[in-house]
Design a binder for this molecule. Structure first.
Ligand code: NAD
Ligand code: UDP
Length: 312
């Protein structure tokens, strides 16, 4: 049994991670300010003596003696991270700083949840970890992208300068159970629109691509990365290499829900990456991991979840 801190543990990925860590009999502290996370996501764990929820903001220092830290706290959907851009930068930069200081104090291993957004609108396709990216440092997405890039830098600096045991993962678009209905990401938007008979909103002409990984696969890889015995610190891409245009995704969701919703086209937000697909050779080699869940199967599970949780 390990003592593990999960920042952002009440969020979408964080709550799925807490569930797996508790299944494996660990003691889990979930620290979250509930900005985009929900108490509903963790309510099943409350009452478990091995689970503790602390409502707190990661930009302020905290102190828990732990063996491992998963640093996931940060709004992840574009509308949420653009709502208060200054706070988003602070959450990434001050959040990782506080977490790294804690790791240094207790000799804990710390994993930073970085993102495919560090590649920006990529000029290399598929994206490999050695690619440095193409990010607009003053654009609407920069509060998130540059905050995450700086968090990677801080993690590497603490590793080199203070020998802190770090792991860096770059998560590509993940979807599944415990996504928030109004989160604004494409999978949740399309499923909720399809189930409610509302128009499906494609931004731009729908030719931009993304690769979608089901949350169980993502969580499995996150845990393998944290626990790898080879001192492999990353960064490592985590994602499903299947690549779909947003139009293809809309059609799939309409078909799987049997919806009569119509597709409507809205303006493409600025700096919206044109294409995205992970090269996962490194995750295969170092962590013996690749996604197991096909996109259609993951979407069916996610549709069922939205129907049940939100009575759609
Ligand atoms: P989410 O918004 O559901 O979860 C983020 C959690 O962090 C929420 O519970 C939120 O309340 C909490 N949080 C935000 N700011 C905080 C602060 N200042 N102090 C304390 N808690 C705070 O998003 P998610 O999809 O679960 O993403 C989790 C992590 O994974 C994020 O760091 C995100 O950047 C990263 N990530 C996610 C994806 C994806 O596709 N889901 C892709 C790349 C990276
Ligand atoms: N998108 C869309 N309709 C929506 C929400 C998003 O067409 O209702 C598009 C968005 O412009 C982007 C893609 O879907 O091209 C993925 O968007 P998301 O916000 O899920 O993630 P990210 O852009 O961060 O990959």
């Amino acid at each position: 049994m390990k003592k593990i801190l999960v920042t952002g543990g009440a969020g979408f990925i964080g709550s799925n991670l807490c569930a797996r860590l508790l299944e494996q009999d660990n003691y889990v502290i979930c620290l979250d300010n509930l900005f985009t996370g929900r108490y509903e996501n963790i309510k099943d764990f409350v009452g478990n003596p091995k689970f503790r929820f602390v409502e707190n903001d990661v930009i302020y220092p905290y102190d828990f003696e732990v063996d491992q830290i998963y640093n996931l706290a940060c709004p992840a959907s574009p509308p949420n991270y653009q709502y208060d851009p200054v706070k988003t930068v602070e959450t990434s930069v001050l959040g990782i700083t506080n977490a790294l200081k804690l790791a240094q104090k207790y000799n804990a291993t710390i994993l930073q949840a970085s993102t495919s957004e560090v590649y920006g609108d990529p000029l290399v396709h598929p994206q490999v970890e050695s690619y440095w990216g193409n990010v607009n440092p003053i654009g609407v997405r920069s509060c998130y992208d540059e905050g995450k890039r700086c968090a990677e830098t801080l993690a590497i600096c603490y590793n080199k300068q203070y020998n802190v045991d770090i792991r860096i993962i770059r998560i590509f678009n993940t979807y599944g159970v415990n996504m928030e209905k109004n989160d604004g990401r494409v999978v949740s938007n399309f499923i909720v629109q399809a189930l409610s008979g509302e128009d499906i909103t494609i931004y731009g002409d729908g030719s931009q691509t993304r690769s979608f990984c089901y949350v169980d696969d993502t969580v499995e890889c996150i845990m393998r990365m944290m626990n790898n015995k080879d001192n492999f610190i990353g960064p490592v891409n985590i994602g499903n290499p299947g690549e779909y245009t947003i139009s293809e995704l809309a059609k799939m969701i309409i078909e799987l829900t049997g919806s009569s919703s119509k597709i409507v086209y809205k303006p493409l937000p600025s700096d919206d990456p044109t294409r995205r697909k992970p090269d996962i050779t490194l995750a295969k080699e170092k962590l013996n991991w690749q996604p197991e869940i096909k996109v259609q199967d993951g979407l069916v599970k996610t549709i069922e979840y939205f129907k049940t949780r939100y009575s759609l």
